[in-house]
Design a protein around this ligand. Structure first.
Ligand SMILES: [Zn+2]
Length: 408
């Protein structure tokens, strides 16, 4: 309610200011301005095309009380006036997430190495995520071979660890179970953590375990890792067999519950079974383009077109082997993948799936999660700001709206 009152207040203030100063040249339309800091409640307002230039004034007496930042980088100081002109009022972005990433292996890696999620020596931690505005990170639980006999128990142990870490850092990070959670966390400028399984081994072939992990907060399940399990066969098996009966059952139950299906690592026959059976969009959380870099973990053209047709997303993986065949990839080697996806009509389906803490090496210049700022700039330089922000977060946000926003 406070948010609504605040936004209305700003609307009203802008309207009267524009009216009284009688500046005909500016203000083609009044729209609220997105602010961070103490007034983060109205995160949604200036869109990418908006500019703040000479024009109108926000008078003293508005609720801007501290130094606040307009999303394009301009700064307002308490008691000062700002001038603005809205040059494009179309389709404001509803909520600003600085990035949304589909895949990181940080939880298991931190637990295995006895480190915390707040601060560690790995590719990402909560402290570094705080460099970003309201980031969303999908954290996957991966089961190494030695836990295969007790995968259910192991995954629960990892979730226990994750819950303890979330509780200790509840001032900066929250688990997100729904679209509403993502939006609330963004309004509070908190990190959103989404829990995932990479490989369905922890389900141990029991459909009730899908519900069990749903109730523990899991909202995305990759059916297989590279190997075979009760659901189907991974790309590492070289098999052309499709999903197993339990995998087919899982598609149905996950559709019903609202758990996102992840097809990265699944073999092609299993992929097509998911495509034909799922009544919801699905994702390839960390896979690139096979036509650019022929690797079994990358997606062929018809798979990409199928994901697009279904409204899913494809997370760009930073592992050098999947980016290029040169073995010394730079950040810029993601560009041909993006360009190719755009040529296939997937502009609205490209997201991040960096695979941090899941890969032994990263591209030159990419050291850890904070390097996403550099990558975003490089994508904007290569394409434009619109494509950069679509890939960094907007495409994924739109997917969550398609996937969860329409759920009953
Ligand atoms: Zn993986």
């Amino acid at each position: 309610m406070k948010k609504i009152i605040f936004v209305l207040f700003i609307f009203t203030a802008l309207f009267f200011v524009g009216y009284f100063i009688g500046n005909d040249s500016a203000v083609p339309g009044i729209m609220p301005i997105a602010l961070e800091g103490d007034i983060a409640a109205s995160l949604d307002i200036v869109n990418d095309e908006s500019t703040i230039t000479d024009g109108s004034t926000i008078a003293d007496g508005s609720t801007i009380t501290d130094e606040s930042t307009i999303t394009d980088g301009s700064t307002i100081t308490n008691g000062h006036t700002i001038d603005y002109e809205i040059t494009d009022t179309a389709d404001p972005t509803p909520i600003l997430f600085e990035f949304i990433d589909a895949h990181a292996d940080t939880i298991t890696r931190a637990m295995e190495t006895g480190q915390s999620l707040f601060r560690n020596s790995l590719h990402l931690d909560f402290e570094r995520l705080m460099d970003f505005n309201a980031p969303v990170q999908i954290f996957a639980i991966w089961c190494s071979d030695r836990y295969l006999g007790s995968a259910f128990e192991y995954a629960n142990m990892v979730i226990d660890f994750f819950e303890r870490e979330l509780a200790e850092n509840s001032d900066i990070v929250e688990l997100a179970l729904s679209l509403e959670d993502l939006e609330r966390n963004a309004a509070n400028n908190k990190i959103s953590a989404i829990l995932a399984l990479e490989g369905g081994e922890p389900l141990e072939g029991k459909i009730e375990n899908v519900d069990h992990f749903y109730n523990r907060g899991v909202r995305l399940i990759g059916f297989t890792w590279n190997r075979e399990n009760e659901l189907g066969l991974g790309v590492g098996t070289g098999s052309d067999k499709g999903l197993k009966p339990f995998g087919i059952e899982c598609v149905k139950r996950m559709n019903e519950l609202g758990i996102i299906i992840d097809v990265s690592h699944l073999n092609e026959a299993g992929f097509w079974d998911v495509h034909h059976l799922s009544n919801k969009p699905y994702i390839a959380s960390h896979s690139n383009v096979f036509s650019i870099t022929p690797n079994r973990r990358n997606l062929k053209d018809d798979q990409i077109e199928a994901i697009v047709e279904k409204g899913g997303v494809i997370g760009m993986n930073l592992f050098p082997d999947y980016l290029s065949t040169t073995k010394s990839a730079r950040i810029t080697e993601i560009m041909p993948h993006i360009r190719y996806l755009i040529s296939l009509g997937a502009e609205g389906n490209i997201v991040l799936g960096c695979d941090l803490d899941g890969v032994p090496t990263l591209p030159y210049e990419f050291t850890d999660v904070t390097s996403l700022k550099t990558m975003s700039k490089r994508i904007a330089d290569e394409f434009d700001e619109y494509i950069a922000s679509a890939i960094m977060s907007e495409n994924f946000y739109d997917f969550f709206v398609r996937f969860w926003g329409t759920a009953d």
